[in-house]
Design a protein around this ligand. Structure first.
Ligand code: NAP
Length: 438
């Protein structure tokens, strides 16, 4: 005999909320088997009651009145799927204060108000579950928070933004320009009308912050590590990287270096034969390195209605059987006492790919390599394709690309060399500097 139904409210019945409602209503036997009891959607809160919905719900379930959820003591779990920061923050705090456990997919909310929301949950003896907030359908929160708990995670490399990955894949596989790949991502619904948070690295940085807090017990604001996006890349960078045997990916990385945490989000050259380099389209992927288990690889759909709803529904089931409550309590045991210090950005290191546009004159190469040498940056290869045959115009210097691969250098060394290169009259503005993954 199963337990009485868990009464649920879905606050926000848009893309993901509809997916959750569909899974719960289309697979009730599966839910009972996994949760030990039925899950009944008692309320679904929306703004506009007249909008058509892609899911059939019994009369009286759809409402625009959040108070009908707050004031109903039979509703013990609420799913926040409104998105945005406000009123999502106020709604989540009110739900917790009313004694409800909360599931959310809202990574921006957790990034901005996670501390306040987690503290409120603890104060009210409630639980927050947030599997869908990072990497959509990939069960990465469970992996880092539970399944890898015998390990100290020592490294993490991830593709966490599907929009950027789609654009980079189109640039690589179909030789599209950045702009045309972005327009296509928007036409297919992979990118927002304002895609800046996706393509400038912010979205991936917020998700990396959540993973790092779980894996290393350290809360790192995005301002404390290097974050850059794919918005300055050109087709020629993709081609040059390809010629050298690499793909360019927007990589979120965190690793322990002598007991300190080195982390960044930036376009990075990844060897073509690595699974991360072969993760194409709107997919996400995460490579975790545990000190006991070694490397563990996850990939799958990082967004979309059903993949995201899959993760949200798993959280609801975990709450129904009491597993999420234990996991949330366990997070308390980690936290500050195990927090790992963060390496200052200037001390982080990497190999680098540099693309310079230089005047095709004697001594230019010597000037550039001299600057790199004085900054203790050693080179692993230098490629200078021949200038195309065009008629020289008097007084106008021909320019050619200069592609340099370095050995490991610190960000400080590279920044200092870059500042000197910027002063060379023979080096054109628009220098491209990309990290190369280990
Ligand atoms: N979409 C994805 O692939 C994806 C992936 C991972 C995480 N997420 C996260 O999941 C969350 C939901 O995303 P989504 O794509 O499902 O959003 P969405 O399609 O825009 O749906 C938002 C829903 O919230 C309702 N809503 C918004 N403001 C409200 C208010 N003030 N009062 C009552 N209802 C309100 C809307 O009502 P109306 O329908 O009446 O307008 C709508 O039903 C976001 O935090 C997002 O970051 C989404």
């Amino acid at each position: 005999m199963s337990l009485p139904a868990l009464n649920l409210a879905i606050v926000g019945l848009g893309n993901v909320g509809t997916g959750v409602a569909r899974i719960l209503t289309e697979h009730p036997e599966r839910i009972v088997r996994r949760a030990g009891r039925p899950v009944a959607i008692k309320k679904a809160v929306v703004r506009d009651l007249t909008k058509p919905r892609d899911v059939q719900l019994p009369a009286g379930v759809l409402t625009a009145d959040l108070d009908s959820v707050i004031k109903d003591p039979e509703i013990t779990v609420a799913v926040e799927l409104m998105g945005g920061l406000h009123p999502a923050r106020e709604v989540v705090l009110a739900l917790l204060a009313a004694g409800k456990d909360v599931v959310t997919a809202n990574k921006a909310l957790l990034h901005e108000y996670g501390d306040e929301i987690f503290a409120a949950a603890r104060e009210h003896g409630r639980t927050i579950a947030f599997e869908a907030a990072v990497a959509g359908g990939i069960p990465i929160i469970a992996a880092v928070g539970q399944s890898m708990s015998a390990n100290q995670i020592v490294g993490l490399q991830a593709i966490l933004n599907g929009t950027s990955n789609y654009i980079l894949s189109e640039m690589l596989l179909h030789q599209k320009s950045y702009q045309s790949a972005l327009s296509q991502a928007q036409a297919l619904g992979y990118a927002e009308a304002d895609p800046s948070l996706d393509v400038n690295g912010t979205d991936a940085a917020q998700k990396l912050g959540i993973l790092v807090q779980l894996a290393f017990g350290t809360k790192v604001p995005t301002a404390a590590f290097h974050v850059s996006g794919i918005d300055k890349l050109e087709q020629t960078d993709i081609q040059q990287a390809t010629a050298l045997g690499y793909a360019i990916k927007l990589l979120a990385t965190a690793k322990l270096v002598d007991g300190k945490l080195q982390m960044s989000v930036r376009p990075t050259l990844v060897r073509k034969d690595r699974p991360l380099a072969q993760t194409h389209g709107p997919f996400n992927a995460v490579l975790l390195d545990g000190d006991v288990v070694g490397s563990v690889w996850y990939s799958g759909r990082g967004a979309g209605q059903l993949p995201t709803a899959s993760a949200v529904t798993a959280d609801i089931i975990d709450l129904a059987i009491g597993r999420a409550q234990l996991t949330f309590k366990q997070l308390d045991l980690w936290g500050e006492s195990s927090a790992v210090p963060v390496l200052p950005e200037s001390e982080t290191y990497s190999r680098y790919f540099m693309r310079l546009i230089v005047e095709d004159r004697p001594h230019v190469m010597a000037d550039v390599t001299d600057i790199l040498g004085r900054n203790n940056i050693s080179l692993s290869s230098v490629i200078q394709p021949e200038a195309p045959e065009v008629e020289a115009t008097a007084g106008v210097a021909q320019v050619v690309p200069l592609i340099i691969m370095t050995h490991r250098a610190t960000t400080g060394q590279i920044a200092s060399a870059d500042a000197e290169l910027a002063k060379l009259s023979t080096v054109r503005p628009g220098r491209v500097l990309l990290a190369v993954a280990d």
